[in-house]
Design a protein around this ligand. Structure first.
Ligand code: 9YT
Length: 129
């Protein structure tokens, strides 16, 4: 049994900050936990836009707080994100992620699991400002 709180993650290597300050992610479960997926709580800072492309991972995201949108770069489709919204990048979809007036609090699951060494550009999320 694995039991953790978000406070257990804070200040450890599992708390990862974007270079550009757009997001901070707390990685509750990683590959080494042997669950077959990783589980993250990610805060996307209000007023930011981030270009993300997870080429090697499938990701599902559930919004707990805040409002924003995603825009796919291929089709230009825009989807509103608010508490209760889930989106799944089932085609490794390259997209912009935007947070509006308040921080977005997102729960994210990755298959295959992140190993924990992936930070910033290496994890497929490319800052554009
Ligand atoms: C919203 C989103 O894609 N979050 C992913 C997790 C975060 N970028 C991380 O842990 O690296």
């Amino acid at each position: 049994m694995i039991v953790k709180t978000i406070k257990d993650i804070e200040g450890t290597s599992r708390e990862v900050f974007a270079h550009n300050g757009n997001w901070v992610s707390k990685r509750l479960l990683l590959k080494e936990d042997k669950m077959g997926f990783s589980l993250h709580e990610t805060i996307i800072k209000a007023g930011t836009e981030t270009l993300i492309w997870y080429k090697n991972h499938l990701e599902a995201v559930y919004c707990v707080e805040g409002e924003g949108e995603i825009e796919t770069t291929r089709e230009g489709e825009i989807y509103t994100i608010k508490p209760g919204t889930m989106y799944a990048l089932d085609k490794n979809d390259r997209h912009y992620l935007r947070a509006f007036k308040n921080d977005l609090k997102l729960l994210c699951v990755f298959n295959p699991p992140l190993e924990g060494g992936e930070v910033h550009d290496e994890d497929g999320s490319y800052p554009i400002k």
